[in-house]
Every structure is written in structure tokens, then in C-alpha cells.
Write a protein that binds this ligand. Structure first.
Ligand SMILES: Cc1cc2nc3c(=O)[nH]c(=O)nc-3n(C[C@H](O)[C@H](O)[C@H](O)COP(=O)(O)OP(=O)(O)OC[C@H]3O[C@@H](n4cnc5c(N)ncnc54)[C@H](O)[C@@H]3O)c2cc1C
Length: 385
């Protein structure tokens, strides 16, 4: 990658790389639920998964806006960055809160591709979105933590060497605040799997390599702790804000993919002796989707700018994620409708992208929870829970 490339250079280069992985590649993997190893390898070699890692550690040292540009272009091309985006947003936790020793040991290897940091373990079956009620517990014993518990929907765990794990190190009832008593551990999956950690794949409506995890007296060294014990919730929030902004950028890419495809099809497809795009009933929904995606992209830029500046950005990250995921879903629906029956044919890639972009209204945070945040934290309305 060239020195300090502009976002426009990055976009062009990512588009060129993605052209090597056309729809047929993604359709084949989707059919058999296979991880896109070659694609992730190509992105790693080109340096795109380490854009956020400082140059001193072998990365490009760019800001979140550059990472957003990478993911948006991946999605606009018809590909899917979900196979590897965690390598970017985990930096929100590790770069800001990891010790110099942890960063020295890990970041150069992540930047070179020797180590994969693709797994982010927060969600549990019993707690859902109510993160303070997670039960996975790391108990100190001598120079080790002993971990017991269960996680669900932990994506890419089978394709990652390291995982950032949120667990309790003090029971919720003993902690001063509900958010106290949680800690972040960096788990070496190569050591853990089969020695107290079991990974079980969960098949879903999209090709997402997601899993459930079972911890049964997994022992890890105390040096696995990121930052201070009991303060992990705050560290994880930095990763979550980055995650919401980056995923919002993926939604913008999806939205633009759908609009590009819908407009092209509406220009070409002739019915009743004229292009269907001549009918305002066809062109207005596409134009409306374009307006929504363009507006959402400004919200994503705003949130990324605040994150980069180290300013509080929780509300903006949430609003970016919500507006972008709703815009991409609307564009998906319009694109499918514009294609008529052909929208359902696998060969057009519309139905695959339609399924893929639907996820983002649920994960990494569902729309209701964003509305609840805005209602209470931004507008000062009474809390409902
Ligand atoms: C494919 C996939 C990949 C994922 N990858 C990861 C990952 O890598 N790491 C990870 O940690 N997690 C991951 N997740 C989990 C994801 O972040 C959660 O599914 C998401 O945050 C929603 O949580 P939940 O499924 O527990 O829903 P729940 O919390 O059970 O909520 C269910 C529904 O009820 C609504 N709801 C709940 N409470 C309220 C309320 N008080 N008011 C109004 N509405 C409410 C929610 O909005 C939602 O629509 C993934 C999920 C999926 C499906």
C-alpha cells in the first residue's frame, strides 16, 4: 500500500482487489458456508486489515475513516467484510487499553498476518443485550484465571488465533455499579481450544462463521488481562463504538451496491416496450434509497471523525449504525423489487446480499436498543429498564 494514501486511493485499490473475488466466488462459499480464506489473505497481504495499527507496529497508522472506506468498498463490490472486520474494531479495545508489552507482542504479528485477531466475545445466551448480566466468570487462582461460562454468536472463533473476551471477575451484586466487576481478557485460541474451551459452529441464514463457546475451567495466565481488572466494560465500549461505526460503513457499501444494481437493471430491463426505469413507480424508490444512504453516510463520517479525535461518540456511533442499517435494508428491498423475479435468482447476488444486510438491524446492536439509548441519553426521557 502506498504511504499515507487518500481515502479515494484506498477506495480504488480496494475495488481492484475485490474484482478478483467476483459474485461467483461469494455464491460458492455461501452455498457451502465456507470461510473466505483467500479473500481475507489477500486483504491482509495488501495491508488493509492493519490500517488502524500504528506504523511503529507495522500497520498503516491511519484513522477509523480509512478503515470505513475499506469496508464500504468491500461491501459495495458485492463482497462481505464480516469475515475479517473484527481485526479492525478490536483495535478500539487493544490499542487504547492494552499494555505496551501486549502491544509489542501482538500488534506486529497481527499486522503481518502471522496472528489473526478476529474474535470478539461478548454475547451470552442468558443475558442477551443486557451485557452487565453476563455470567462467564474468570476466577483468579495463583498466577492464572480459571474461566467458566458460555458465549453465543461469537463469529470467526474458528478462524482466529486470538479472542478479546468480556467476562465477570466480580459478581454483579458485589460490584458497586452494574458495569463494574467486568474484565477483558485476551485469549490465545491456539492454547485454549481443547483445553477448557469448546467451539461449536452455529449455522445461520448467512455465511458468517459464527459459533457458540463453552468454557470449562479454562486456565489462562494473569498477563491475559487487558487494562485493569473490573474496568473491562469501559474498554469494551471503545471496541463497540468502533464496531458500530465500521459496520455502519459496511451498510453504506451494501446500500450503494443495491442502488448501483437497481439503477443499472432499471435502465436495461424493458417491459411494455420501454425500460422499467422510465416508470416513476420504479425510479422514485431507487432515488429515495439513494437519498437515505447518502444522508446516513454523512452520519457515519461524523461518528468516525469524533472517534478519531478521541471525543465521546457513543450516541453518534449508535445513530450512524441505525440510519445506515435502515438505509441499506430499504435499498435491499427496493433492489429486489426492481429485479422482479430475477431478484430471487442466486446468480444475481441480490438475494444473498439481501440476507446479509438484514443482520445489521440486529447485530452488533439491535435497533430498539439504539432508540432506547437516544431516548434516555440524548433526549433525557425516563429510563424504561
Ligand atoms: C450472525 C451473528 C453474528 C454475531 N457476532 C457476534 C460476535 O462476534 N460477538 C458477540 O459478542 N456477539 C455477536 N452477535 C450477537 C449480537 O450482537 C446480538 O445478537 C445482538 O446484540 C442482539 O442480542 P440478542 O440476540 O441477545 O437479542 P436480545 O437481547 O434477546 O433481544 C431480542 C429482541 O428484543 C429487543 N429488546 C430486548 N430488550 C428490549 C428492551 N428493553 N426494549 C425494547 N426492545 C428490547 C431487541 O431489540 C431484539 O430485537 C452476533 C449475532 C449474530 C446473529
Amino acid at each position: 500500500m502506498p504511504q499515507e494514501p487518500s481515502h479515494s486511493d484506498i477506495r480504488h485499490a480496494v475495488r481492484r482487489l475485490c474484482a478478483r473475488f467476483p459474485g461467483e466466488y461469494w455464491r460458492r462459499l455461501d452455498r457451502d458456508r465456507i470461510y473466505p480464506t483467500e479473500f481475507v489473505q489477500a486483504l491482509t497481504e495488501a495491508g488493509y486489515l492493519s490500517v488502524l495499527i500504528p506504523e511503529a507496529y507495522g500497520g498503516a497508522g491511519l484513522g477509523l475513516g480509512a478503515a470505513c472506506a475499506v469496508l464500504e468498498e468491500i461491501h459495495r463490490s458485492g463482497a462481505n467484510g464480516a469475515a475479517c472486520h473484527a481485526q479492525m474494531y478490536t483495535m478500539g479495545t487493544l490499542l487504547r487499553h492494552g499494555s505496551p508489552e501486549q502491544k509489542d507482542a501482538i500488534l506486529p504479528k497481527v499486522a503481518s498476518g502471522e496472528l489473526r485477531l478476529q474474535a470478539f466475545g461478548v454475547t451470552e445466551p442468558g443475558s442477551g443485550t443486557d451485557t452487565t448480566r453476563i455470567q462467564t466468570f474468570a476466577r483468579r487462582q495463583g498466577d492464572r484465571y480459571i474461566i467458566n461460562g458460555q458465549k453465543i454468536w461469537i463469529s470467526r472463533a474458528e478462524h482466529s488465533d486470538l479472542m478479546i473476551l468480556l467476562c465477570r471477575t466480580a459478581p454483579r451484586d458485589d460490584a458497586g455499579k452494574a458495569t463494574d466487576g467486568m474484565s477483558v481478557l485476551l485469549i490465545d485460541m491456539r492454547e485454549a481450544v481443547g483445553r477448557g474451551l469448546t467451539v461449536r459452529p452455529v449455522r445461520t441464514m448467512i455465511n458468517h462463521a459464527t459459533t457458540e463457546l463453552f468454557f470449562d475451567n479454562l486456565e489462562v495466565p494473569l498477563s491475559s488481562l487487558i487494562g485493569r481488572e473490573g474496568h473491562g466494560f469501559r474498554y469494551i465500549l471503545d471496541g463497540m463504538n468502533a464496531e458500530r461505526i465500521l459496520i455502519a460503513a459496511e451498510c453504506i457499501g451494501d446500500g450503494r451496491f443495491f442502488i448501483d444494481r437497481a439503477a443499472a437493471y432499471a435502465r436495461d430491463r424493458s417491459v411494455f416496450g420501454r425500460p422499467i426505469g422510465e416508470n416513476q413507480g420504479v425510479q422514485f424508490p431507487i432515488a429515495r434509497a439513494h437519498v437515505q444512504v447518502t444522508a446516513a453516510s454523512l452520519m457515519v463520517e461524523r461518528a468516525a471523525d469524533l472517534f478519531e479525535a478521541g471525543e465521546p461518540c457513543g450516541s453518534e456511533a449508535n445513530m450512524a449504525k441505525m440510519t445506515a442499517s435502515e438505509a441499506s435494508w430499504m435499498a435491499a428491498d427496493v433492489c429486489l423489487q426492481t429485479h422482479g423475479g430475477f431478484g430471487f435468482a442466486e446468480d444475481y447476488d441480490i438475494e444473498r446480499k439481501f440476507r446479509e444486510t438484514r443482520l445489521y438491524q440486529v447485530a452488533p446492536i439491535s435497533t430498539n436498543l439504539i432508540l432506547s439509548h437516544v431516548a434516555t441519553h440524548v433526549l433525557g426521557l425516563p429510563k424504561s429498564f
